[in-house]
Design a protein around this ligand. Sequence first.
Ligand code: AMP
Length: 401
Amino acid sequence: MINVTVAGKKVLVRVDFNVPIDKDQMITDDTRIRKAVPTIEYLLNKNATVILISHLGRPLKKLLDDGSINRKKFSLKPVANHLSEIFETTVTFVSDCIGEEAIKACRDAVPGSIILLENTRFYKEETAGDIDFAGKLAHYADVFINDAFGTAHRAHASTAIIGQFFDKKQKGLGLLMQDEIANAQKVLNSPSRPCIAIFGGAKVSDKIKLIEKFINFADTIIIGGGMSYTFIKAMNGSIGNSLCEDHQTDLAKDLLDRADQYGVKILIPEDSVIANDFSNEAEIKTCLSNEIPDGWMGLDIGPNAIQTYKSALSSASTIIWNGPMGVFEMSNFSKGTMSIAHEIANLSSKGAYTLVGGGDSVAAINKSGRSEDISFISTGGGALLAFLEGKKLPGILAIES
Ligand code: AMP
């Protein structure tokens, strides 16, 4: 339930429609759109007027050669069309989130209708957290609902700054946001044990804080992906040309020591699939992760690591997964990630509580065709990590303060 009176009101909803769209304007994964449906449905059932705002990609970082915004590539128009299909009604699309057209569309909209405004990131004021820009958006509505968990860790104009234009009775958290918070809190506050966290991906520096936090309460931490090699180097292993953050090896060593003191197991892949080039066409072989020859790099966890990880996971009651086990975008290095995805789904269907977050892990679960088996798929990557680290997210604070 949304804790604000919305019946018959104009409600501005910050959603996260940052979905992948291909060059033919087709949405290739609509998870984030489907996750926003319950809040929109709730508001329509209350006869509210629904005004949706979102960002899509980073249009100002990827300008066209002539320096202009690529309005086609970063347009939310395909999302409006998709919403029209989902709700079997015409969703009005407004081609600029600021200005006369948007003011008129919001003013004239009738209860029970849906409007989607164009990408907020067409304006530099959005990421700058500009107060005037936030005020212009706020002006469209009586009530503000934040349902964009995926961007709740950013203090942007439409996610956080906008909150100050509404008093406490005029703003609230959407149903998705509530669900995201409840699931992350479930892991943090009362995980059913054993609790196993699986962290992968490229950089250890992005996940150091999280690993530190989980050492305090997880029973086992499984490490995979490129960041494994920083740990292996920290243990004096030979990692050839594998990804490594040399300045993090001391910290990695310290984490291993601390885990030891707390009685938490940290599992590092014992073997790896290695390649002589960062390419799906490269020569590949399998070897121990601490004996990778020069000129070769570890691009996936090896078969023994997969077996070890599966057997560690078999006893888990709670599993949280963020980050791929290898360069899963290339078929020759996707086996580790896909095996873990299937295993998590198997354990989930047998009763384990499973939380998967982060674009790559969610993509792997979707690719496995087992997403229905997962207890909760988070729409947050960075936001989920920040929440689990214990940070207060600006998008949530803006509603609660
Ligand atoms: P992150 O954003 O830190 O979660 O990292 C995700 C990226 O890490 C994906 O694009 C993977 O291809 C990449 N990745 C995973 N394992 C490796 C590896 N062993 N070497 C290089 N990149 C990797």
